[in-house]
Write a protein that binds this ligand. Structure first.
Ligand code: ADP
Ligand code: MG
Length: 348
């Protein structure tokens, strides 16, 4: 890592635009019945039958959303797909198709784009989605990737941010804060490397946080479990910007208050240790870190027994009346106001 991989360098011009598209997409197979026609015409054709069609787009820009000095292109391709699939999950749906737009500067070779598409293909296989189209153009500045994910959901299962009800339970999946700590670690080692390229990065023992940052997974398995348990959340959002900002989105959209308990927030122990090394509060990393791609949702209390013993799901709080506001109950029992960046340090 941190060292430019010595890829063979075939100039993109040698293939031309159509040749390049054909070359990059030739190994992709269509898997879903709803993908009627993919790459090769003016538009892809999707059969949406009686379900609701979900559509979500993300644009990733080099230097803003990713740093290629420590992000392998294959991981970047995987992540670009995973974060879009995550948005479809957050509506309680199944992702079925993606389209990919790329803008590339002549700094990139055909082999570099092959790496990107290897990651895209891996994610397509993992999440059972079909690559059905895209667009390819040149850029003067760097790499840009725009991914659009298409998904479907039965009308009775659609889950918005806006359906949380007073007394519902507030649940989150997996654990939080690790992706942010992975980024801190990569940035620190990258700075050391820039100052002295002879010093090799020391990333040993940090597999989990690095994986959470570089190769995040979309929360498809939780959507499957919820379906099996016959639970339709009353509201849901994916945790891309940090727990506290997602809580405020649900609060605002649903017109409710939310209360969470500090000692319930799930944090992986290796992330906890790394936060201590960085002299960061692990709870702050969970609340304002971002990029964890877990799900935050609310459920009716009648479902409590179905989820209470599953370690994948943590009940972190509950829904109140809007008038009670959004509250963070610290481990010492004190109550604080939740704000987008975490919580207000002054006691109420
Ligand atoms: P048009 O001129 O109609 O926009 P293009 O030549 O851009 O068509 O694309 C030809 C076909 O290849 C279309 O089906 C398009 O969706 C697909 N495509 C173009 N670029 C990409 C890409 N980067 N990844 C996947 N499919 C692509
Ligand atoms: Mg085009």
């Amino acid at each position: 890592m941190f060292k430019e991989k010595s890829l063979n360098t075939t100039q993109i011009e040698t293939l031309g635009e159509f040749g390049l598209i054909e070359h990059l997409t030739q190994d992709f197979n269509i898997k879903n019945a709803s993908s009627i026609f993919g790459i090769g015409d003016d538009a892809a054709v999707i059969d949406i039958s009686e379900k609701l069609q979900l559509v979500s787009t993300d644009l990733l820009v080099e230097g803003v959303h990713f740093n290629l000095s420590y992000t392998p292109l294959k991981h970047l391709g995987y992540k670009a797909v995973a974060v879009n699939v995550s948005d479809i999950c957050a509506m309680n749906g199944d992702a079925k198709q993606i389209t990919i737009g790329i803008a590339v500067s002549n700094r990139f070779s055909v082999e570099a784009l092959e790496e990107l598409y290897k990651g895209i293909k891996l994610a397509c296989e993992k999440y059972n989605v079909d690559l059905v189209g895209g667009d390819t153009t040149s850029s003067t500045t760097g790499l840009m990737i725009s991914v659009t994910a298409l998904g479907e959901v039965k009308k009775e299962n659609i889950t918005y941010r806006s359906g949380a009800k007073t007394n519902d339970l507030l649940v989150c999946t997996g654990d939080l804060g690790a992706a942010y700590l992975g980024l801190q670690l990569l940035n620190r080692e990258n700075e050391i490397f820039k100052d002295n390229p002879k010093i090799q990065p020391d990333l040993t023992g940090h597999d989990y946080v690095l994986m959470r940052q570089l190769k995040p997974e979309a929360p498809t398995k939780y959507i499957k479990i919820l379906k099996e348990l016959d639970i339709v959340p009353t509201s849901m959002i994916d945790i891309s910007d940090g727990l506290s900002s997602e809580l405020l989105h649900i609060s605002k959209s649903s017109n409710v208050g939310l209360t969470i308990h500090e000692d319930k927030i799930p944090i992986d122990y290796t992330a906890m240790n790394l936060a201590n090394d960085f002299k960061l509060n692990p709870i702050t990393c969970a609340l304002s870190g971002g990029e964890d791609y877990e799900l935050l949702f609310t459920i009716s209390q009648k479902h409590y027994d179905k989820l209470k013993t599953d370690p994948d799901f943590t009940i972190i709080g509950f829904v109140t009346d809007f008038s009670e506001g959004n509250n963070f109950i610290a481990s010492d029992g004190s109550s604080h106001m939740l704000i987008a960046q975490g919580w207000d340090n002054t006691k109420k």
